[in-house]
Structure formats: C-alpha cells, structure tokens
Write a protein that binds this ligand. Structure first.
Ligand SMILES: [Mg+2]
Length: 519
C-alpha cells in the first residue's frame, strides 16, 4: 500500500516565494485529508494554533536517551542546518518507528552464552566469512564480509561461531510479536529490523509517541538481554535515519520540524532507497547531501526521477509516502545442507550429484515444515578452502528438488572449474514461505503444482517407511552410488590453509582434509 499521504497539498521548499494573495495553493496553507488548514511553517512564518501544538509535542519528544546522544556529540546542533525546514508539517502527522537489533546474530550468541559477553564474537564460520560481529569485534575493525583467515590475523582471540539461523529466526519472530503488542501495523523488514506505525496509538496506550517508542525499546532490551536501536519519525525513510543515528542502543526522535537538521550533513547515499547509481546521478546534478535533495522542487524531482525516488523525496520533506507491508507470511528461517566428501573431486558429474543430493535433502526438510523457498544459494568449495557460490531466484516459491536442480544447472556450469578439486557442496534455501498459501492462477499452474506435490508426498511417505535414501532423483545418482568419504571420517585431520613444501594450491600431498560443517 502506497501513497497514504497525511496532507494533500503543494510541496514547498525553503527560499521559495509564496504566490500573491495567500490562501490558495502555495499560500502558506496545505489542506489535509480531514480538510483542516495547517500552516506550512518556514522558519519565521506566522504560526497557527496547530503548529504551536506540534511544537509542544516536539518539545515533549526530547527524551533523556536522545539527550544522551546529544551529549555524545552525535546529534546535530541547530547551527548545523543553515537552512529552514524544506517543508515543515508538524511533528508527527504519522508516527513511524524503525527498530534495528544491534549486531543481532552475535548478540544472540552472547545472550545465550554469558561467557561470550564482552568478547569479540563473530558468526559465519560455516561460510568462512563474517556474517555478523559483536560490537567488541567491530571496535577492532572487523567488518561484515571479512574472510575468517583475516579475522584470525587481526584478532586471534575472536570467538568464531557457525550461524544458527534457526534460532535467529525464532528470536526474530519473537521480536516482531513483542512490537505487535503495541500496534498491529508492523512490517518485518528483515530478520533483525522492523517498521511499526504507531499513529493513533497515543490514546489507547496512554503514552506520547516518544514514550511508546521508549517502551517498546525497553521491553525488547530486557526480554532479549541485548539492545535495539530505535528511531521515531513521521515516515519510514526518516525513521531509518533516526534508528541509525545512534548505535548501539540509541533512541532517536526526529519530529517533522527537525528533519532538515539531520539531513544537512548527511551524504545522499546514506538515505534508505538511494543506491549507488542514483547517487552518481544526483552527484552529477550537484547534489551531495540529503538536505540538498530534499530542497529541490517537486517538479524538478518528478522530471528526473521515477516514483520510488519521488516518494523518498516526499518522505525527506516530512510526508509519509511509503506504506507498510504488514503481512506476516514469510519466515526468516533458512534451510542449509552442506556435505563434504573425500577424496576431493574434479568430476563435474560427481560434484553436481553431490549438490543435487543436498537439494533433495534440503527440500525434504522444507516439505516437512510446509515451507517453500523463493530463493536458494548453491556453493562449491575447493580443497584449499576457497568457495564460490551463486544465488537463484524462483518466480514462485518451491520445495520441489527437480525445479531447483533445473535452475541450478546453468549456475553450476558457471561456477564449476574443471581445473579445481572440490571438497564440498552446499545449498541454502531461504525466503521461505508457508507452502499452504497458494494463489489461484489462469494457466493451470496451481493444478500442476498440486499433482507434483502429490508425487513428492508419496515419495516422502516411502522414505519415512523405508529410509531417507530409498528414492532419489537421477541427478543425485553418483552421490548415492559412491561412499561420501573413503576411509573413516573421524580420522580426518583438520588442516589450515598453509601449504607444505612441494605443494601448490592445486597439487597437494595426499593428506585428507576436512572442511566445513557436516549436518
Ligand atoms: Mg541490526
């Protein structure tokens, strides 16, 4: 749902002269949906009763938490913004909250294992790159995506853990359900962040908007044992800016009339929804800061940018233009199947069969939980710990291995290098949805899906009765017809990446190695 605008009226910006006569469009008044007049206040203009009330609200919005941010020197001072507000439309014509868990995965690990508190904790061990890091690790300069070898060099005392997406996803659901106690309008924006529209909740909750934001944050912080950064603003774009303003554990309130002060020094690429291409274009047009963009004319923006950027521009001007998507159908769990095999292989058929077997196992699990995946990642790992993977997107969610394997074939051909020797393959299913949600369609796709589903249902029944690998797809044949490991796996020593004398990355001594997690 888009375009829920609190005020239908002309947008004005600082420095723009109102037309003669006043009253009409641009005469300093904008009509809102309820038909009441609201003064468009620009710095020194005359203020109406409405804008006085808004100001009072904005004053009451200054919470101690925000004061702390100011003391820390992170919030802008009045002098930072040379300009008056692009458009001032009161404090909270809508009240939108954005909440972002601080270092979510690492925080979960620290919360469930108190021994890890205060220590640099890193998750992502299964992929050999940093997926999430605690603030202790961040302080040492470790960033998301850093290879773990690098981490060990920078910070030998770091605690490296495999991701436990199942737990993260369960806690994520809990996070959203706590926020839903305060308002039904919650958008689960990511595994560790959400938007919540609390417009109209002051009376039922008997709290001001900033108090509601503080109460949600407090409840989250205490029930999880780690912190959530929270921002309150008149719309999603500015709420995002607010939650990011002070991290970790910030609570930042940006009333409509203060937005410009936050935008003044902010590079335009920091604004939610403005990517590198748009940034490059904006820079060419001489726009560097979010405020410079916000202060452009409405017509100027509409002429040059598509609707999403126009909506962003409106939000930077204090309006609420981007609606919430409050459906709760997607789970953030992912299903991962990784298998190593010994000896390493450079036989494409065998390696593909391994991948295919992983897909079969992953989809079997998905079907057991009545889930289907919109996306999947497949990856290959070479014997010297290097990995290469690619993401696949499906036009509809699926838990049928033959569909995923078909999509995977060209991806595999691209990833596979016959000069390499591969050691393990893996597949991750994610963007999982409840597979009971089916949409009727015109071309009989639903009917076909139901028929295929029956086939898999029967196959799954046979597997339950006679064993997991009684039935498998032809594409997995080579993986089933050879042992996963030659020799006893328990004897396989784990080895670091360094090479022995006489070895090259591809030609190594015949010492078996072990790589990655086997589930
Ligand atoms: Mg976060």
């Amino acid at each position: 749902m888009r375009g829920r605008l609190p005020i239908d009226g002309p947008l004005r910006r600082e420095g723009e002269e109102p037309p003669e006569g006043g009253g009409g469009p641009g005469g300093g008044h904008a009509l809102n949906r309820r038909g009441s007049k609201e003064r468009v206040w620009r710095g020194g203009g005359v203020r109406t009763e409405q804008s006085r009330r808004d100001e009072e609200l904005a004053r009451s919005a200054r919470l101690p938490q925000q004061g702390a941010a100011r003391q820390a020197g992170s919030a802008p001072r009045r002098s930072d913004a040379m300009a008056a507000p692009p458009v001032a439309i009161g404090s909270f014509p809508r009240a939108m909250i954005h909440i972002d868990a601080d270092a979510f995965f690492a925080s979960v690990e620290q919360a469930r294992n108190p021994e890890l508190r205060g220590r640099p904790v890193i998750t992502g061990k299964e992929r050999n790159i940093v997926a999430s890091m605690s603030y202790e690790a961040k302080a040492l300069g470790i960033q998301r995506g850093t290879p773990l070898n690098e981490v060990k060099r920078i910070c030998p005392e770091a605690v490296l853990l495999p991701s436990d997406y199942e737990t993260y996803s369960l806690l994520s659901k809990r996070f959203f359900s706590i926020v839903r106690r305060y308002t039904p309008d919650v958008e689960e924006y990511g595994i560790d962040e959400c938007f919540a529209d609390i417009t109209g909740m002051r009376r039922p909750l008997k709290m001001s908007y900033p108090r509601i934001a503080a109460a949600i944050k407090e409840e989250l912080d205490t029930s999880f044992g780690f912190t959530f950064s929270t921002g309150l603003a008149p719309n999603k774009t500015v709420a995002k800016i607010a939650s990011k303003w002070k991290k970790p554990s910030g609570l930042t309130v940006i009333p409509g009339r203060d937005i410009h002060r936050y935008l003044a020094g902010m590079p335009v690429e920091k604004v939610w929804g403005i990517g590198p291409h748009t940034t490059a274009y904006l820079n060419k047009l001489g726009i560097r800061t979010a405020l410079e963009f916000a202060q452009k004319d409405e017509g100027w923006v509409q002429e040059r940018f598509s609707k999403p950027f126009y909506e962003t521009w409106r939000e930077l001007n204090g309006y609420s233009a981007i609606g919430l998507e409050t459906e709760e159908k997607e789970t953030y769990a992912s299903i991962q199947k990784v298998k190593t095999f010994t000896p390493p292989s450079s036989d494409p058929e065998f390696v593909f069969a391994q991948l295919s077997k992983n897909v079969e196992n992953a989809t079997m699990k998905a079907r057991r939980y009545h889930l289907a995946a919109h996306r999947a990642i497949c990856f290959l790992k070479t014997q010297d710990y290097r990995g290469d993977g690619a993401e696949m997107r499906f036009s509809r969610a699926t838990a049928f291995p033959h569909e995923i394997i078909r999509a995977m074939e060209p991806v595999f051909r691209r990833l596979f290098d016959p000069r390499e020797r591969y050691r393990s393959t893996g597949v991750v299913l994610f963007k999982l949805i409840d597979d009971t949600i089916t949409q009727p369609d015109l071309f009989g796709v639903t009917a076909r899906i139901e028929r295929v589903a029956k086939v898999y249902e029967a196959a799954d029944g046979i597997r339950v009765k006679y064993g997991k690998h009684t039935l498998f797809l032809g594409s997995s044949f080579y993986a089933h017809s050879f042992a996963q490991h030659l020799g006893e796996r328990g004897d396989v020593p784990e080895r670091r990446e360094d090479l022995f004398k006489g070895e090259t990355a591809r030609q190594r001594l015949g010492i078996p190695m072990f790589l990655g997690e086997v589930k």
